[in-house]
Design a protein around this ligand. Structure first.
Ligand SMILES: Nc1ncnc2c1ncn2[C@@H]1O[C@H](COP(=O)(O)OP(=O)(O)OP(=O)(O)O)[C@@H](O)[C@H]1O
Ligand SMILES: [Mg+2]
Length: 269
């Protein structure tokens, strides 16, 4: 059975035809000794409406920076970023839901309060935000844990609360930064299957950053392989299987095995 990403109580995205266009994006910082440090060196990417683009690359190659640029939390030093044809940071922030690399749950809020947080930030009154978040807890397997603080939850549960918080505002573009990195392999596999199913039930435009090539190939329509810093796109791989995919079939699929080899080859070069 397919999982709805967002509860019926949540307003549907107002923008359905939502693509992301990253053109010639450069981004630099100052290093620890104030030396110039180029994180991204001319990145070109396009994600079609309701497409899932996986992004893999070595640590430090600029993946989180790329997501923050799309999310409107940073501006590029060169090139452009557009979401649904709109390039202002404000428009990007309004269209994107960003799940950062660490779950960043507030330790003093319970699970329901953390899930409801993004709605409250949008101006929804606290009690209404909590009652809109409540039906999702059951769907995410957290029934009975509404009142639990993050320290009382397992890693997988915390991740699901963070997911809920990301999904509840009903934004059309999801930016997921290593969403399963902190999970053990069994929880990770079940969360991947859950996400694949959820996106099939309620499609979104997704940029999925992961260091796990198999995860990227299992969940995405295309996978962009970035170089070591400064990051640029070295290869885009098209995954020719319909989503959602069956894990067992995916593990033994010869085409996926070939794509995996190719991605690892590019990463190793
Ligand atoms: N605010 C910042 N100030 C200075 N340097 C930064 C800043 N943000 C990122 N960097 C640097 O830019 C580079 C890219 O960082 P980023 O976090 O985007 O990499 P990443 O690919 O997400 O790495 P990881 O896989 O380890 O999460 C790194 O060298 C990092 O140190
Ligand atoms: Mg990162």
């Amino acid at each position: 059975m397919q999982t709805k990403v967002v509860a019926a109580a949540v307003e549907p995205p107002s923008e359905t035809e939502t693509s992301v266009a990253v053109r010639g994006v450069k981004r630099g910082f100052r290093g620890a000794r104030r030396e110039p440090l180029l994180a991204l060196a001319g990145v070109d990417l396009h994600v079609g409406a309701n497409e899932v683009l996986g992004v893999v690359g070595p640590s430090g190659c600029g993946k989180s920076t790329l997501l923050e640029l799309v999310a409107g939390l940073q501006e590029p030093d060169g090139g452009s970023v557009e979401v649904a044809g709109r390039s202002t940071a404000k428009a990007r922030r309004e269209l994107c839901a960003f799940m950062p690399q660490r779950d960043l749950l507030l330790p003093w809020r319970d699970a329901l309060g953390n899930a409801a947080l993004a709605l409250e930030c949008q101006g929804v009154p606290r009690e209404e935000a909590r009652s809109r978040a409540a039906p999702l807890l059951e769907r995410f397997g957290l029934r009975g844990f509404e009142g639990a603080r993050p320290a009382q939850l397992s890693g997988g549960m915390r991740q699901r609360v963070a997911f809920m918080r990301t999904l509840l505002p009903g934004r059309p573009v999801l930016l997921l930064d290593e969403p399963f990195a902190s999970l053990d392999s069994i929880t990770r596999a079940s969360m991947q299957a859950w996400l694949a199913d959820a996106l099939a039930g309620e499609p979104r435009t997704v940029l999925l950053v992961t260091h796990d090539v198999e995860e990227a190939l299992f969940l995405s329509d295309r996978v962009a392989v970035l170089s070591a810093r400064p990051g640029r796109v070295m290869q885009e791989l098209e995954v020719p299987l319909p989503r959602p995919r069956d894990r067992r079939a995916a593990v033994t699929d010869p085409e996926l095995a070939r794509l995996r080899e190719r991605a690892l080859e590019v990463l190793g070069s």
